[in-house]
Design a protein around this ligand. Structure first.
Ligand SMILES: [Zn+2]
Length: 467
């Protein structure tokens, strides 16, 4: 089967390239109001591609913002599990345009890669699915897939998915599934097959300390009234101990610790510290004692100071006790931390560090994003590993953790099904940056993995997936 899938994908790779070329020419930048028509055109293009691939049900789902695409193809096997595939059809802005070597919306093949905005994030990845599905049908001789497939392709991911949770709530019944496949991530390297198993969540806060109602003369009042800038500095300094542990009481209470097996696999992940330092333009590593850099990035929560200020910022000096000071904080969360409990813990910590005579206001940006985690011993992850392994001719598929956050936790929460990540982007794809590219061989491997995955899920059956 591995060979049949591979030959089908190889024989039809030109179809994938032709589709990619057409779709990438549509500049569907969701964050730019002037691109609205293009984002809609992008949705329509993908809907049409799904129809061409054979999906009997294809719909454009409007939202309060930009539309999503929904496609469904039921298996004729009554016991077949239902799989929901998530991706997005919108893209990031392209500026600074002068840093692009080619036109971002003029797809250009350059040896093993194809360059264009959206090539890797996320259009190439969605299109490997369509080729993978054709391979699955051809190789199994079926005229409908071995699993019931549902594709949900969002149009606002690159502008923060503002209407996505509402869409999930509104369409929950149509979206019901036994397993979720996220296709918007990547692998460690071309020759290191891997899959994301965790994404950190986030909450954002701004703490404002208000002291005297106006800036005071530091000679007439300094030393006799509380200084909000000093209070903000004390609060900020109290966030971590000397070992880099966050000192907010309860902060780590819900953290799911890495298992020994996960630590062992993470340790096998190739990671070049000096290269990481070079990329970061930082001169040293820092972080929570007792954890490797990869563990700190993926599996540990953080408290980060994003900005701090207050008082006089101009040239020279100004002898005052300032009236106001602030600090902007972000907290990256890991499984099973919940944004609401972290907010409560931060509020209590800030209250504790607010001196008498200082008025404190905390502003929170939205509700925050919950973290998500794929336990590596679940049948869904094991099936994914086998499918990726078949595409890459290996038994070892490394689990990885992403430091960032997306709408994945919202999907899982709304649909209550196990989730896995099948993505073939590479770390140097320059997504969101000039000269975005995708490695063509990775797209073909993705198509192969997708073709194998539907068979793997079908073999597990609905009961096997959730056990
Ligand atoms: Zn993306």
């Amino acid at each position: 089967v591995t060979n049949d899938v591979r030959s089908f994908v190889t024989d039809h790779s030109a179809d994938l390239l032709a589709d990619l070329d057409a779709w990438l020419r549509i500049p569907g930048i969701s964050s730019q109001p002037g691109s609205r028509a293009d984002v809609i055109r992008s949705a329509e293009w993908f809907a049409d591609a799904c129809r061409r691939a054979g999906f009997p049900i294809v719909e454009i789902w409007p939202t309060a913002g930009l539309p999503a695409v929904y496609a469904e193809w039921a298996s004729d096997d009554p016991d077949a599990p239902t799989v929901l595939v998530y991706g997005h059809h919108d893209v990031q802005p392209v500026d600074p345009l002068e840093l692009w070597h080619t036109d971002p919306f003029e797809p250009t093949i350059d040896g093993p890669v194809l360059r264009a905005r959206g090539a890797s994030d996320d259009k190439g990845q969605l299109l490997f699915h369509l080729l993978g599905l054709r391979a699955h049908l051809a190789v199994t001789g079926r005229d409908n897939p071995a699993v019931t497939l549902k594709f949900l392709v969002e149009g606002e991911e690159e502008s923060g998915s503002p209407n996505f949770e509402a869409l999930l709530a509104e369409r929950r019944e149509r979206l019901a599934c036994d397993v979720i496949v996220i296709t918007d991530t990547g692998m460690l390297a071309e020759d290191i097959p891997s899959s994301v198993t965790g994404m950190r969540g986030m909450v954002l806060a701004e703490v404002n300390f208000h002291g005297p109602d106006l800036d005071l003369h530091s000679g007439s009042f300094g030393g006799a009234v509380p200084n909000p800038a000093e209070a903000v500095a004390r609060l900020t300094a109290a966030l971590h101990d000397a070992d880099g542990r966050v000192q907010i009481p309860g902060f780590y209470d819900d953290v799911l610790e890495l298992t020994d097996r996960e630590r062992e696999l993470l340790a096998r992940t190739p990671f070049d510290e000096s290269e990481f330092l070079a990329t970061s333009k930082s001169r040293a590593l820092a972080g929570e004692a007792g954890y490797s850099t990869l563990e700190r990035l993926g599996a540990r929560p953080t408290a980060e100071v994003n900005g701090i200020g207050g008082g006089y910022q101009g040239a020279g000096s100004k002898t005052i006790v300032p009236s106001d000071a602030f600090v902007k904080l972000s907290f990256r969360l890991v499984a099973n931390q919940r944004p609401a409990s972290i907010r409560a813990a931060v509020e209590a910590f800030v209250a504790e560090h607010t001196p008498p005579g200082i008025e404190c206001r905390i502003g929170w940006e939205a509700d925050g994003v919950a973290p998500c985690l794929v336990p590596i011993d679940t049948p869904a992850f094991q099936a994914l590993s086998r499918a990726i392994g078949a595409a890459f001719d290996t038994d070892l598929v490394l689990p990885t953790r992403e430091g960032g956050s997306g709408p994945e936790a919202a999907i899982q929460k709304a649909l209550q099904a196990p989730m896995v990540f099948l993505g073939v982007g590479l770390p140097d794809d320059q997504i969101h940056a000039p000269n975005e590219k995708v490695t063509l061989s990775m797209l073909y491997k993705g198509a192969e993995a997708a073709a194998h995955l539907w068979g793997e899920f079908a073999a597990l059956g609905r009961a096997g997936l959730t056990s």
